[in-house]
Design a protein. Structure first.
Length: 195
């Protein structure tokens, strides 16, 4: 076959037609792709393109829904992490304040010996109540101990004593109060337990 007699061969299979970037397509480009095809081939090609477009649309919709769900989960985790971080930051400060609370309670108990003036004792009690109110407003609660069964999670036993008033394993005295921040123990109560 000579160069002059060669016929131009076109592939009419719609799957083999190279398509340019869809953003660059014009109506004329689309018409030119289909105009040389027969009517049955045009319909088949259009149906194939429609099917592909629908599949791509479903895939994009699924991807968008997943991205939206991931964003929602990320926001929730971020909010939860922020709350946890804030509570942990507060707990460090509150733990340091507990030592002040313990010292105030010790001062009040020694002031009741009669050596301090009544106005001084009342002033210390006022400070003690204000600090207790502050701690309570931040979610700090005192761990109840006297008369309660010893719990190693909430209590730290620093001694044992014989007791006829309490049964074995019950706490008979609190040496240092314990505290919880919401449901988390931030300071175990130091206690004396009945044998």
């Amino acid at each position: 076959m000579s160069e002059d007699n060669k016929e131009e061969v076109t592939n009419t299979d719609p799957e083999c037609v190279e398509s340019p970037n869809p953003a660059e397509l014009t109506v004329e480009d689309v018409l030119n792709d289909y105009i040389h095809l027969g009517l049955d081939q045009q319909v088949q090609s259009l149906l194939t393109d429609l099917y592909s477009a629908r599949k791509e649309g479903e895939a994009n919709k699924d991807m968008a829904q997943r991205a939206q769900a991931e964003l929602s989960n990320f926001r929730r985790r971020t909010d939860d992490d922020g709350i946890t971080w804030q509570q942990q930051s507060n707990s460090r400060l509150l733990v340091k304040m507990l030592h002040v609370v313990d010292e105030l309670e010790l001062a009040v108990s020694h002031a009741d010996d009669g050596q301090a003036t009544e106005s001084w004792v009342e002033g210390v009690r006022l400070i003690q109540r204000k600090v207790a109110t502050l701690l309570e407003s931040e979610g700090v609660t005192k761990i109840e101990a006297v008369g309660v069964q010893f719990n190693p999670v909430e209590h730290e036993a620093i001694g044992t004593e014989e007791s006829s008033e309490f049964s074995s394993g019950e706490i008979i005295q609190v040496v240092r109060n314990g505290y919880k921040l919401h449901d988390r123990i931030i300071q175990a109560a130091q206690v004396v337990v009945a044998r």
